[in-house]
Write a protein that binds this ligand. Structure first.
Ligand code: UDP
Length: 244
């Protein structure tokens, strides 16, 4: 698989064209950013680890009926994906209070919700990815009302499947961010990645609130042992066979 023209370079990935216009090649970088790229750094081996973790999780979700953009992983840090039109919406699902939700609402860190919370953010770095209301999302024509309903339903279904998967890994899925794209037929597909860069993951073997963190919060808050945490997630994820 040879990479063609570079189409887009983001903070953590580069997207290349391929000789098939319906297929793109995603290259996962070791670069890490946080706080809207105000903090920059590198996590050694992250590209390969996130590519492998995302691959396994997309395969697992596909086996359970979720349509994704994932095709295959021709190289350790490269994934072939279906070309989709990415919706400029970040769909965040939260099971436990953390991060910006705690800062913006005062809900204490670690509060477990009776029902998962689904939120939509505007994927727009210049505006700082603001939280959207449904009406603002529709006003901006970022999606149709039917698509918003489908995004919400898919996000909740994916949350159920991923929460169960991580539970089997001894990991609590605290919250995560999803992105979706439209294929040529206008169907919504799960896109982007699912990795410790985009999820909050807490080690169930550890109770200390700093030690239990297995995700990008280790980088965001300089908690140390970032690579070790990602490696631990990778090992536990890969140890779970894909199940229908
Ligand atoms: N997230 C992400 N990309 C973003 C913003 C958030 O992957 O641009 C993920 C983040 O890793 C966490 C969840 O979405 O798992 C919720 O993030 P939150 O809104 O709490 O923002 P943060 O505290 O990360 O700024």
């Amino acid at each position: 698989m040879t990479a063609g023209k570079k189409l887009y370079e983001g903070k953590a990935k580069i997207i290349y064209a391929t000789d098939d216009p319906n297929i793109l090649l995603t290259h996962f970088k070791d670069d890490a950013t946080a706080f809207n790229a105000q903090k920059r750094g590198s996590i050694v081996g992250k590209g390969e680890m996130n590519c492998a973790i995302s691959t396994h999780l997309f395969q697992q979700l596909e086996a359970q009926g979720i349509r994704t953009h994932w095709l295959d992983r021709p190289n350790p840090n490269e994934m072939r994906v279906k070309a989709v039109k990415i919706l400029p919406i970040e769909v965040v699902v939260r099971n436990i209070a953390a991060g910006s939700l705690c800062q913006q609402t005062g809900i204490p860190l670690g509060t477990i919700f009776k029902q998962p919370l689904v939120e939509f953010y505007y994927k727009n770095d210049a505006l700082g990815d603001p939280l959207l209301t449904r009406d603002r999302l529709l006003l901006l024509e970022l999606a149709t009302p039917e698509q918003v309903d489908q995004l919400q339903a898919m996000a909740l279904q994916i949350n159920q499947l991923l929460s169960e998967f991580f539970q089997n890994c001894g990991i609590t899925l605290v919250d995560f961010k999803l992105e979706f794209g439209l294929d040529a037929a206008g169907e919504l597909l799960l896109a982007d990645e699912i990795s410790p860069d985009t999820c909050r993951l807490w080690n169930q073997d550890v109770s200390d609130p700093t030690q239990r963190v297995m995700d990008k919060d280790r980088f965001r808050h300089d908690l140390g042992n970032v690579e070790d945490a990602y490696r631990q997630v990778l090992e536990r994820v890969l140890a779970q066979p894909i199940q229908p």
